[in-house]
Design a protein. Structure first.
Length: 101
């Protein structure tokens, strides 16, 4: 069953992404599979500009930024133990996990 598994992690908090990627790498290495990553993907920043005042003072504005952080992990030569360990793994609630086989 040696197939390539690609795991993509996404979150608005970089520390959650780093902790969960460390957890995944540690469990996969314990099962004996080869791991490539975590590879940091570019940070996506969304900037919102809002007027401070509703009617007057057009020049007075506030800017808000929403950053999303992503990591990519590739697992090679995986076994059934690796897949079971990944299924039982508990990750923080703020992390979105996408798994491709």
């Amino acid at each position: 069953m040696s197939q390539k598994i690609r795991i993509k992690l996404k979150s608005y908090d970089y520390s959650l992404v780093d902790r969960s990627s460390e957890k995944i790498v540690k469990t996969v290495k314990a099962t004996g599979a080869a791991v490539s990553g975590p590879i940091p993907l570019p940070t996506h920043k969304r900037i919102f500009t809002v007027n401070r005042s509703t009617f007057v003072n057009k020049k007075a504005r506030e800017q808000f930024e929403l950053s999303s952080y992503k990591r990519l992990i590739d697992i090679y030569s995986s076994t059934s133990k690796t897949v079971d360990a990944l299924m039982k793994l508990e990750l923080p609630s703020g992390v979105e996990v996408e798994i491709k086989v």
